[in-house]
Design a protein around this ligand. Sequence first.
Ligand SMILES: Nc1ncnc2c1ncn2[C@@H]1O[C@H](COP(=O)(O)OP(=O)(O)O)[C@@H](O)[C@H]1O
Ligand SMILES: [Mg+2]
Length: 313
Amino acid sequence: MNIVEVNGLTKIYGGRKAVDSISFEIKQGEVFGLLGPNGAGKTTTISMLSCLIRPTSGDAFIDEKSIIKEPMEVKKRIGVVPQDIALYPTLSARENLFFWGEMYGMSGKKLRKRVDEVLQIVSLTKRSGDPIYKYSGGMKRRINIAVGLLPSPKLLILDEPTVGVDPQSRRNILDTLKELNENGLTILYTSHYMEEVEFLCNRIGIMDRGKIIALGTKDELRLLVGERDLLKILTINEIPKSLAETIKKKAPEINKVEIFDSSIEILTLNGRKILPKILEVLLESGVNIKSVEVREPNLESVFLHLTGKKLRD
Ligand SMILES: Nc1ncnc2c1ncn2[C@@H]1O[C@H](COP(=O)(O)OP(=O)(O)O)[C@@H](O)[C@H]1O
Ligand SMILES: [Mg+2]
C-alpha cells in the first residue's frame, strides 16, 4: 500500500519553480530518500507535504488524505522533524517534550508514558532533566526527532537531520531511524549526503533544480550509470582544461571527463584498465599526480552522470 502519493506537485516563487511537477510514491514500511544538493527543492517539498506551505499546483495524498483538501487529517498522521530547532533553551528536554505533547493534544499519563518512550528511542533519558542550552547541536536534533515521534505518526518526515551534527549523534540518528523503520515506521528522509541515503533508504529520488531526475532503488540507480567507475586523480599543479579532449581521444570509451583546478574526474567502464592511458596523458603534459582513486559506482557518480555536477558543490 502507498502511504504517500505525490502527483505533479509544484511550488513557484516569484516565477521560479522551486519544485517542478514532481511525482513519487512511498510504500508503507519503507524509507524513502530525497537526495539532492542545496537548493534542489527538498525543504519546499517537505513543507508542502506537511501542509506548512500550499502548492502552486498538483496535490499529494498521505494515507489517502489530500494535503490541500484535508490538511488537518494529514497533520494527524505525520511527524515532522524540521531543520530549524524549535526548542526552549531554558527548559529541560523533558519539559520541552511535555510542551510539544500538549500542543499535539496529548496529556496526563499517556503523555508521560510517551515522553519516556521517545526519550528512550533517541537515547537521551539520562540527560532529559538538563536544560536544552546545555545540549550539543546533535543532542538537540535528537530531541527534535523525539518531538516528531511523540504523536506516534504513521509517517516520519525528516529534513536533513544530520547537518552540522557531531559524528556520535549522527550515528545515533541513523541507527535510531533504521531501528524505527525495522519496527514498522515509514520514513521520508532528505539529505545531501549520499552515504546516509545509501545506508538508510530502500528507494531514492534524486532531486535537482526542483525536479526528480531519477528514482529507484540503490541498485536501479546504479544501473543508470551502468557498471561505470569513477576515477579521481588529484594533482599537485593545475590541469589545463584542454586535456579533456586529449584524454577522450586517447581513450574514446570514456563516458565523461571533468577537469577541475587540481583534480580530474572520469566516468568510464573498466576504470583500472583505462587508468594507465590517462596517467600517460597527464605525465606527458607535465602534470604531477598526488593521488589516484578508483571508485565503484555509487549515488555520487549517478548524480555526476545525470547532472554533470557534484552533490556538494
Ligand atoms: N520562501 C521562499 N521564497 C523564495 N524562494 C524560495 C523560498 N523557499 C525556497 N526558495 C527557493 O527554492 C529553491 C529550493 O529551495 P529548498 O526547497 O530550500 O531547497 P533544499 O531544501 O533542497 O536546499 C531554492 O532556489 C530556494 O532559494
Ligand atoms: Mg533544505
